[in-house]
Design a protein around this ligand. Structure first.
Ligand code: WTA
Length: 654
């Protein structure tokens, strides 16, 4: 789009009703934002009071962003317990209020309403079970569960005793699970017999069994019964959660944690190497998750809030469990998928539970949009007040459909831009404060100072109407603190390229009005259905196959997924490029990483375009995958320019 075209984007101001209800209107946003930048310690010192502290903090912010010495601390001398903040402190006022509404995969199965009092008991029992299995403060626990209430119990139970959880998405393969268990030296895996999703069942326990073959013998496995499906059992290693829960005590005292003690590790993909363990800590993370949950979605007491993410991703951590529960909210947890039994499921669930705030991903919207609006229109969505999106830039077509068909033009759409690393939203329009522009993340949240840098020089591009790489000046409480076990990698990844800033890996434009538009990743991370995937991960999975000599993976535009996975594969000399082998490689990657990494396209590449020094020219491969041959740029520096012609001639048709 040209600058002129941008200027003509239609903006949608909030309705008077939305403004009147909102925690934050336009004037308040300006005032609070200015205050948050002028004196971060005062601002966040005040916001910290959202939580109950065991020992109140006297220091608020202690941050060093200089490369080589990066250290990030918030509320560092305060102590608290996350589970106590999400549960105990609500018991007096809202013990009987529903904390979690659980909607199972099958619409004919009964939904559960779990009150705060019940959630407290369940969490305590799980905490006692973990303690009886030898889990202590600081130990790591891997959670590999379906979207069932026990996933929340498990997270909160870890938080209660000070154990550090690391959730592995139930769609990951045994190999990926084993790598994550070993990566943080976990003592226990919490899993379930099977994970029902979209009418199909994933055998989680047998995946865990397979993973455990590659883990230390001492790792124990706590098994939740979900379907009652058959599992193999190893006495002494496997523990029956349901049986133990009958015996376990209803109370477990919350551990006193330092604000900077780790709360969880969450593995995420980067541009190089294997996924890294993003570490979030206790105090700052919870303050930030709670505040953004309340303000971004304009959550009010009594509202029913639904985030459709999986707890295996950061969105599920911050916006299904920690943020909402810290706020005493009612949060809906959904086990299924948007298209099962049919494409009206999301809307039926909204109607059934009278959902007020609904938060999903553009990929789901696009998939549902393709099925037609009848599926939406037959449901009563009159309780909806705010819609949200996350995971990737939303295209205007999907935005308009979401706005018109789902929101009936009455519900502001908060396009929340953030990352696993940021703990919570960094940029989003606020429902009652900003006129929305379809596809724009609009404005920074409080305390966030986005800067657009020239990618080459690293110089800040001032003024409006500029585009470059997106960095954040200064810290915020929800920021990740380190990469688990590798602080050097943390600094190298986020603080080395542009010194003095946090580098997001995203490109960004600040338009003529000063509003922000995320243009997508500028590194070798691709975004498949809102899931982050490092191209390097898929490549290393491919080359691990005996038939493959070399592989290069890039993203390409995909109608539903946003980006698809396009693989160029060079086979070993004696290998025939057959259709069977193509299928086998697809299956191979699914086994190595998981179904989300399944290649969309595999093109046989007798050679890959490389510089004379042997570096693969991904820029060219991206252009070919995008079918954009006109702008391949300079290919003269290639060691063998003819490989490009071959790749173009044989470009896969899908
Ligand atoms: C992308 C998910 C545009 C972005 C919370 C970011 C987005 C990456 C948006 C992080 C959005 C997320 N608009 N792009 N609203 N939200 N992204 O760690 O490229 O899974 O860097 O966190 O997703 O993905 P992650």
């Amino acid at each position: 789009m040209t600058a002129a075209a941008h200027a003509e984007v239609k903006a949608y101001p909030p309705s008077a009703e939305t403004v009147a209800r909102a925690h934050v209107n336009a004037a308040k946003y300006e005032e609070m934002y200015a205050a948050s930048i002028a004196d971060p310690a005062a601002f966040w010192g005040e916001q910290g009071k959202r939580l109950d502290w065991i020992k109140p903090y006297t220091q608020v912010k202690d941050v060093n962003y200089s490369f080589g010495n990066v250290s990030i601390n918030w509320y560092a001398d305060g102590t608290l317990n996350v589970a106590a903040n999400c549960l105990d402190r609500h018991l007096k006022t809202r013990g009987d209020q529903t904390a979690i509404i659980w909607e199972p995969d099958e619409p004919t199965d009964e939904a559960q309403h779990i009150t705060y009092a019940e959630l407290h008991r369940r969490t305590c029992r799980m905490a006692n079970i973990l303690e009886s299995m030898g889990v202590r403060k600081g130990d790591r626990v891997v959670i590999y569960l379906p979207m069932i209430p026990e996933a929340a119990y498990a997270m909160l139970a870890c938080a209660r005793i000070g154990a550090i959880h690391s959730i592995v998405f139930a769609g990951f393969s045994p190999d990926a699970l084993a790598a994550r268990v070993n990566g943080c030296d976990a003592k226990v895996i919490i899993t379930a017999d099977e994970a029902p999703r979209g009418g199909r069942k994933t055998p989680l326990k047998s995946n865990a069994d397979a993973a455990l073959l590659h883990c230390k013998d001492s790792v124990k496995c706590l098994v939740v019964k979900r379907t009652g499906g058959q599992t193999t059992w190893i006495d002494g290693r496997d523990y029956d959660y349901n049986e133990m829960a009958l015996e376990a005590d209803d109370y477990c005292a919350p551990a006193e944690m330092n604000a900077e003690d780790p709360l969880f590790i969450l593995y995420t993909s980067g541009s190089t190497g294997q996924p890294k363990g993003v570490v979030h800590t206790t105090g700052g993370y919870l303050v930030y998750a709670a505040m953004t949950h309340e303000i971004s979605f304009d959550y009010h007491d009594g509202d029913i809030y639904w985030c459709t993410a999986d707890v295996g991703w950061v969105t599920g951590h911050s916006y299904i469990v920690y943020g909402p529960l810290a706020n005493g909210a009612t949060t809906l947890m959904f086990e299924g998928v948007p298209t099962y039994p049919d494409a009206s499921r999301f809307w039926q669930v909204c109607e059934k539970h009278k959902v007020n705030q609904f938060y999903t991903a553009p990929t789901a919207i696009r998939a549902l949009m393709g099925q037609g609006k009848e599926y939406v229109e037959k449901c009563d969505l009159s309780d909806l007040k705010v819609l949200g999106t996350v995971g990737e830039p939303i295209n205007p077509e999907a935005w308009n459909w979401y706005n018109d068909v789902v929101g009936k033009g009455r519900c502001p759409i908060v396009d929340t831009w953030w990352q696993t690393e940021t703990g919570g939203h960094l940029m989003t329009p606020l429902p009652g404060a900003h006129a929305l522009k379809p596809g724009s993340a609009m404005k920074p949240f409080f305390g966030i100072q986005p800067v657009v840098l020239d990618p080459q020089s690293g110089v800040e591009l001032n003024g409006n109407g500029v585009e470059g790489v997106l960095c954040i000046k200064d810290s915020w409480p929800g920021q990740m603190r380190t990469v688990w076990g590798d602080h050097e990698r943390f600094e190298k990844t986020y603080f080395a390229d542009y010194k003095g800033y946090y580098f997001t890996g995203d490109g960004c434009r600040r338009d003529e009005d000063g509003d922000y538009w995320i243009t997508g990743r500028v590194d070798d991370v691709i975004n498949v259905s809102g899931h982050r995937m490092g191209t390097a991960e898929v490549e290393s999975a491919l080359v691990a196959h005996a038939a493959v000599a070399e592989a290069a993976v890039v993203g390409y535009p995909h109608e539903i997924k946003g980006q698809g996975i396009y693989c160029y594969v060079t086979l070993m000399n004696d290998q025939e490029p057959t259709e069977e082998l193509r299928q086998e490689l697809r299956k191979w990657v699914r086994t190595e990483i998981g179904p989300i990494a399944s290649p969309d396209v595999i093109q046989w590449a007798p050679g890959l375009p490389k510089t004379r020094s042997g570096k693969i020219m991904r820029r060219i491969l991206r252009k070919i995958a995008e079918n954009d041959f006109g702008s391949l740029g300079d290919t003269s520096t290639l060691a063998d320019p003819s490989v490009v012609d071959d790749l173009i001639a044989n470009r896969a048709s899908k």
